[in-house]
Design a protein around this ligand. Sequence first.
Ligand code: KG4
Ligand code: ZN
Length: 319
Amino acid sequence: MAGADAAVLAEVVRSQVETHARFGGVVPELAGRRHIESIDEVVREALARAGVGVRDLGAVAVTGGPGLIGALLVGVSYGKALAYSLGIPLIPVNHLEGHLSAAWLGAARLAPPFVALVASGGHTNLYHVKERGEPALLGRTLDDAAGEAFDKAAKMLGLGYPGGPVIDRLAREGDPDKAPFPRPYPTCEDLNFSFSGIKTALLYHLRDREAAGRSWHVPDVAAGFQQAIVEVLVAKTLAAAGRAGVRDVVVTGGVAANSQLRALFEARGKDAGITVHIPPLRYCTDNGAMIAAAGARLLQDGRAATLAFEPRADWAIGD
Ligand code: KG4
Ligand code: ZN
């Protein structure tokens, strides 16, 4: 995995947060339908902003998985049609490889080997990205993803969906020591993660207080909860870097937008003599530019697919 030079000409992100917010999470059927409604408009808008026509395109990169099959089918069908009609290559991109490629968008010049943490709503994966070949999986969550823990906690606290941004904001006004949470699965001997227990800890925390007729200060709870998750993500990732003998770490995925996570990675990284690369916020959460960046590199490697390609809901890399 080498850093292909990728310049972003235009970027358009169409969020579905409003569609799903009132249900407290993503509704798969609605996600697929909203994709159908939006995809053509989003592509046209991106081309218009970039000032290029479809005939200027050299290839079409599209997310091939993992993810919700209904949404993947829409993107892959559209990508196939576009590539076929223009007579250009179709490049299916693994969503997680897309998140990893976000490291090359923005300022940082970076070259493998490095260790990467991809923490999103569906994944918490640690990879060793070597000079050549597929990223090797070092650890992953055994149950809930880190972003999922934030989302479920916010739901319990009545803060809406998605939970990460609102907990991040409230935590800044809270005191984590007033609502301490046990660090979830903290041992660095094992580079896997587990975030389902901390959700239960939060449930008991709120239930005990309610039973005792006590209230709770939501910012304190948000701060304590966030700190426990952030500490573990930082500690395990830096331990993985130490063990792999690399000096660079990449942190990406929606959870990498978290302000405390960014600050703590920076500080602890400095202490350990490790450079931590975190893409700009807009490239941490889901975006098309990261898929295009991964696609550009795959194109250089001659990794085009035929029209027989089918999206894969559970497409893993390095596993
Ligand atoms: O990568 P992403 O945009 O989509 C997936 O591939 O899942 O990640 C979304 C996840 C959600 O769980 C959301 O709560 C979390 O990223 N997230 C955050 C923050 N912003 C988004 N988690 C913690 N702090 C944030 N500031
Ligand atoms: Zn994602």
